[in-house]
Design a protein around this ligand. Structure first.
Ligand code: C2E
Ligand code: CA
Ligand code: CA
Length: 788
């Protein structure tokens, strides 16, 4: 039923379609790109990396870094250990070596002292010297040669370990190279090699009191012997240095690389050696061109320093070798931890994704990616709970004839239609934060808009949705025309509860479908299922039984001369507690229950009784009674009517039945059939509320009705609205074209009456002429002038 609330542009649109059947909404539309169907977009807007995961990731990185730091620290410390061990080792070895070398030289020193004593006591002759030497050689297994040098350096006698005198050539060679002993006791001299073939020999000298020098020559390899058993690093070097800084002998483990003599130590190094009986040195060796550490010990008995030199890079290499194992373990451990961390992170991520997906699925429609019904209700509830909540519009859009699309083009195309519509509606939600969109059913969408401008805002939203829907849609080469019924409900006017608001919109959709209206604003009258409605229904049933219902009558005026040509009977209910209840409230309750039959029967009975009464009084007053769609479907209706007409002995022509256009359209074929039966009874028929029901011209032409009543929505304001005027005029012409009379309803002004008269309208009804009134009043004021 179209009320004055609906926007005039909405009305105009419908009626143009309805009358011309060619003008349609010409919004430029889009071709649907099926390749780009939105499908399931559950991953969009998803938080993949939760802050907790990030935290766990940092923890892992921190752990690995810490482990690395500890590893590096330990390895560095190991470096220090290797260095310290190298120093300690070098010193210990130097101590051992010094002890063994000094002990071995003790033999030579004892021999030298014995010979010196003998030579000093005996006359200075070669023979005496030879004798003393041979004597000493018998007890000395260490010295290779023992000898005496004349104080003037004129002769030299020298024997081997067996006491055999050396050849003259050998003695001459030694005489040429051996220095005279200093007068400070035992001294070690630079090594000499008397003949090219023999080995290097270290002279140990002792001055003879009174002149001359006794000496022992010890082979360098004998001095160096025994290092195999020492725990020397391969590159370590043993160095023997005289107490005056003379480089005497250097060798490596196993007596290899024997190097004899060399430039004296520089003063600084010598001073370092002399500073302590034993210790370490760390220096860059000019000889070996590398950094070395040295452990050194001063011999207790000889003017000798024994040093063990360890190259620092050898130590470093050892450190590297030692660290390789732990470093590898550390590395493998870290790789393991990192791999574990990555796996863990992966597992957590997929778990998170699964959770997100579950949440997404719980809130979204899989086909279109829009919110689902639950999520929509939740959002609505949130909006209602806001402290600054204003008006909220809730529009439920129910697609018309979707089943036909599915059946004709298949479900895949059906899905594409749903996806495309969802995309269009969804875009509104994307563009405007105030709008949220959900797919709440198979072919049903819920659209919410906050902070709207009351009813007007809700209607404006519905119109935008209509425009969206009206844009061209081409699928599989077929251009589809989509239409939908939209139910409007507004917070807080209709309900203050989210779920209930959706229910209100749902009721409005159903009412819209019944009345063949595209946009249907929720009205309490539609709501036959609320607790209040149920209570009212039972009150209404009692009123039906106990006689709480009566009729008033509104004159129908012939415009040509202002004469009343009949009346419309309208039901009135005076509720014992609630007073007058409007038909708009109780008639829908009756229509939604079995009560409609009893109600219509009562109204017919009252109207016929009244008409019969007036006829007896001499007035032939045609009475119009409103009937509902369900009455037309009722197989017994015709019989009931016949019986009532007979009971009241009334000519059928005095009764007119008004059926709304939307009621006719709901059951078009049955209605047509029933109207024909009624017409053959002789009863008059009229189409009520014309202009709101979308009946087609073809259907109208077939209807066996006498009168067409233009809906008051087009008449109430017509003097101010050119579009209404066009619709009214077109309707009049149309009705006349089909041979029908025309009644204009809702005439409230003389201006409207004049316009209607100009357009050739036959009859009018409205407050301008008379309001509905009780029978007695009608008799007093109108029946005297009744046209016969
Ligand atoms: P309707 O059949 O269109 O009835 C006309 C309605 O317009 C009546 O409202 C009437 O009082 C009102 N009306 C008449 N002239 C004017 C006017 O100049 N201006 C305005 N604003 N309104 C005017 P009412 O009596 O409230 O009835 C409302 C509706 O309830 C009716 O609309 C009809 O559909 C239904 N109804 C009323 N009585 C019955 C009945 O006995 N049976 C059935 N099935 N429906 C009924
Ligand atoms: Ca009516
Ligand atoms: Ca009407």
């Amino acid at each position: 039923m179209t009320g004055p609330r609906e926007s005039s542009s909405g009305r105009r649109l419908r009626c143009c379609c309805r009358l011309s059947c060619e003008t349609k909404n010409e919004t430029v539309g889009s071709e649907v790109n099926l390749a780009g169907r939105p499908g399931v977009a559950w991953h969009s807007g998803m938080r993949l990396y939760g802050s907790e995961h990030r935290r766990a990731g940092w923890l892992l990185v921190g752990g690995v870094a810490m482990m690395l730091a500890v590893g590096v620290y330990l390895i560095a410390q190991q470096h220090g250990n290797v260095r310290r061990n190298g120093e300690a080792g070098a010193l210990n070895i130097a101590r051992g070596l010094e002890a063994s070398i000094s002990a071995r030289f003790d033999q030579s020193v004892a021999s030298l002292k014995g010979v010196a004593t003998d030579v000093a006591a005996a006359p200075r002759s070669e023979a005496a010297a030879l004798h003393a030497l041979q004597n000493a050689a018998r007890y000395d297994p260490f010295s290779n040669w023992l000898g005496v040098l004349d104080s003037e350096g004129r002769w030299l006698v020298m024997v081997d370990q067996s006491g055999v005198r050396a050849t003259a050539a050998l003695e001459q060679a030694v005489l040429a190279t051996l220095r005279k002993a200093s007068d400070r006791g035992i001294a070690l001299q630079p090594l000499l090699r008397p003949s090219a073939t023999s080995e290097w020999l270290m002279p140990v000298t002792l001055p003879v009191p009174g002149g001359g020098t006794v000496f022992a020559l010890v082979s360098a390899s004998r001095i160096a012997a025994g290092t195999e058993s020492l725990n020397l690093l391969p590159e370590s070097i043993v160095a023997l240095v005289g107490s005056d800084g003379t480089r005497l002998l250097r060798y490596t483990r196993g007596n290899e690389a024997l190097v004899v003599n060399g430039p004296p130590l520089d003063a600084r190094r010598l001073a370092q050696l002399r500073a302590a009986p034993a210790g370490y040195l760390d220096f860059f060796s000019q000889v070996y061109q590398r950094r070395q550490i040295a452990g050194f010990v001063r011999s207790a008995t000889l003017p000798l320093y024994v040093a063990v030199l360890v190259p620092v890079d050898a130590l470093d290499r050892q450190w590297l070798r030692d660290s390789l194992g732990p470093a590898l373990v550390l590395l493998l451990g870290m790789i393991g931890i990192v791999a574990f961390g990555i796996r863990l992170r992966h597992a957590l991520q997929s778990q998170q994704q699964a959770l997100e997906r579950q949440r997404y699925l719980a809130e979204h429609d899989m086909l279109t990616g829009l919110l689902n019904r639950d999520a929509f209700a939740r959002r609505l509830r949130q909006e209602i709970a806001r402290p600054d909540v204003g008006h909220i519009a809730m529009v439920l859009v129910n697609l018309s004839n979707f089943q036909v699309i599915n059946d004709t083009f298949g479900h895949a195309v059906g899905d594409d239609v749903l996806i495309e519509i969802s995309r269009r509606f969804g875009q509104m939600g994307v563009d405007e934060a105030a709008i949220f969109v959900a797919r709440v059913g198979g072919d049903e969408w819920g659209i919410g808009a906050v902070q709207i401008d009351g009813d007007a805002g809700a209607h404006a939203l519905a119109e935008r949705l209509q425009t969206c829907l009206g844009a061209a849609l081409t699928l599989s080469g077929v251009q589809l025309e989509l239409s939908a019924t939209m139910g409007l409900a507004v917070f807080p006017a209709d309900s203050k509860d989210a779920i209930d608001l959706i229910r209100c919109a749902d009721i409005a959709v159903h009412a819209g479908k019944n009345d063949m209206r595209r946009v249907s604003r929720y009205q309490q009258a539609m709501d036959t299922f609320s607790a209040e409605a149920l209570a009212l229904t039972s009150d209404f049933a009692r009123a039906l039984r106990e006689g709480g219902l009566c009729q008033v009558y509104q004159p129908k005026i012939r415009l040509r001369d202002g004469v009343m040509v009949g009346v419309e009977a309208l039901a009135r209910w005076m509720h014992p507690q609630r007073g007058n209840i409007a038909p708009m409230r109780f008639v829908p309750l009756a229509e939604n229950s079995e009560l409609i039959h009893a109600f219509t029967r009562l109204m017919l009975a009252q109207a016929l009784a009244q008409a019969a009464h007036w006829r007896h009084a001499g007035h032939l007053v045609p009475v119009a009674v409103n009937i509902s769609a369900n009455n037309l479907l009722d197989a017994d209706f015709i019989d009931t009517l016949k019986a009532l007409l007979e009971q009241h002995q009334l000519a059928p022509a005095l009764l007119e039945l008004e059926v709304t256009e939307s009621a006719l359209m709901r059951h078009a074929e049955v209605a047509l059939h029933r109207l024909e039966e009624l017409r053959s009874l002789g009863v008059k028929l009229s189409i009520d509320d014309f202009g709101t029901g979308y009946s087609s011209l073809a259907y109208l032409k077939r209807l066996p009705v006498h009168t067409l009543k233009i809906d008051q929505a087009f008449v109430l304001q017509m003097e101010n609205d050119a579009a209404d005027q066009r619709i009214v005029r077109a309707s009049i012409q149309l009705a006349h074209g089909f041979g029908m009379k025309v009644v204009a309803e809702g005439v409230e002004s003389e201006a409207a009456a004049m316009l209607l008269r100009d357009y050739g309208c036959d009859y009018a009804q409205g407050y301008h002429f008379a309001r509905p009134m009780p029978a007695a009043e009608l008799e007093a004021r109108w029946l005297t002038s009744l046209a016969s």
